[in-house]
Design a protein around this ligand. Structure first.
Ligand code: NAD
Length: 359
């Protein structure tokens, strides 16, 4: 039994989650699987009943699950400025990340050739075929978690720390990911200046000895961002410390053309992993039936691949998304007036993806 906690949250969360569940039910039937879905309230969706963004009942559900399919949080659409919503994101998604002890974040940026008009780079640079860059970010260490202080009005201090064990954990994860893909891994650091980066590079080079088939390349972060803009196709799996991963994954996130195309996964030390779209609750379009459900659907396929090792089912979803892109169906975020393209809403997009998963 695969126990999945379904936490749609607020904003567009509920709308896009419905489509992801529709797709999961389709693969359930096709591959003769059985998912056990339990719904929970979080963020703005939990507040009216619990006066809490992450109620105990939802925390219990999370800890009693095999995987979490998360939507988005931000508070109710029409009351964003009220103080009680101010900490909604912090109190819900950040708390759930803490509860699960999440240490590794996966952000794939899939570039579909049909959406190249939405990619900010010229096609001379991207080429005209599909490709995907996978950014793997360390989530639990580095400067974000060191001491932050303001000794005087004119001085401030943020301490960056890493230890061998934390780096070895993500290095192993990155090499394993590279083994399943092109066997090429790029590790990002600033080893010419930072001691933490020298340790990072040392551990990646040590780990490389266990994976002789993987070609490891160490790239300084400043060069990395230049190369990503000049020639993104040279990269496949990119592993970064926390701070650099935050920046590098934001750069790659603009390449697909819309946040609505980006799923993500975070892995923790409790073996309960969390899958969520990279974007937020999109209050500007919530409730209108126009949000792109693909980010949520691709997050669901990542869940099947990584938490349940259902590679065929995950491939079936990802192939169906590619087919729908080829067939010209587009939600508003990826639509332009062009022959062969049809503007559709959230539900029609979910239906089309289901229709491309044949029974
Ligand atoms: P956002 O990602 O919600 O929206 C940015 C832009 O992208 C908007 O124009 C939105 O319409 C568009 N967009 C995002 N997802 C889309 C989709 N699936 N389909 C079509 N268009 C899509 O970011 P924001 O506006 O900065 O934040 C809104 C709220 O979300 C804030 O309250 C913020 O705190 C919260 N937030 C939550 C999460 C999370 O739940 N993990 C992450 C980021 C932001």
């Amino acid at each position: 039994m695969m126990k999945i906690a379904v936490l749609p949250g607020d904003g567009i969360g509920e709308e896009v989650m419905k489509e992801a569940l529709k797709v999961l039910k389709k693969v359930e039937a096709k591959f003769n699987l059985h998912f056990d879905f339990t719904h929970g309230l979080i963020g703005g969706a939990a507040w009216p009943q619990y006066k809490n963004h992450f109620p105990q009942e939802t925390q219990d559900l999370v800890l009693d699950s095999d995987a979490i399919l998360f939507g988005s949080v931000g508070g109710p659409v029409d009351a964003q400025s009220e103080p009680k919503w101010k900490d909604c994101e912090k109190n819900s998604i950040l708390s759930i990340r803490k509860l699960l002890g999440l240490t590794v974040n996966l952000r794939p940026a899939p570039i579909y050739k049909e959406l190249l008009d939405f990619c900010p780079l010229k096609t001379e640079i991207t080429g005209t075929e599909n490709f995907e860059i996978l950014v793997i970010r360390e989530l639990s260490g580095g400067i974000y978690f060191g001491e932050h202080s303001r000794p005087t009005v004119d001085t401030a201090k943020d301490v960056a720390e890493y230890d061998r064990k934390t780096i070895a954990h993500i290095a192993k994860f990155a090499f394993e990911s590279a083994m399943k893909r092109s066997k090429k891994l790029t590790s990002v650091d600033k080893a010419n200046v930072l001691e933490t980066s020298r340790l990072w590079r040392e551990v990646f080079e040590d780990t490389a000895k266990e994976y002789p088939e993987v070609k490891l390349e160490n790239v300084l972060v400043d060069n990395m961002v230049q190369q990503l803009v000049k020639n993104p196709r040279q990269f496949d799996v990119i592993a970064c410390p926390n701070l650099f991963g935050d920046i590098v994954s934001d750069l790659t996130s603009v390449l697909p053309g819309s946040l609505g195309m980006l799923g993500s996964a975070s892995f923790g030390n409790k073996n309960i992993h969390l899958y969520e779209p990279s974007g937020g609750s999109a209050p500007d379009i919530a409730g209108k039936g126009i949000a792109n459900p693909i980010a949520q659907i691709l997050s669901a396929s990542m869940m099947l691949r990584h938490s349940f090792h259902l590679v065929d089912a995950a491939d079936a979803i990802e192939n169906a998304v590619s087919e729908v892109m080829k067939n010209g169906l587009r939600t508003g975020d990826i639509y332009q007036k062009k022959e062969g393209l049809k503007l559709v809403g959230t539900v029609e997009m979910g239906d089309a993806i289901c229709a491309n998963i044949s029974l």
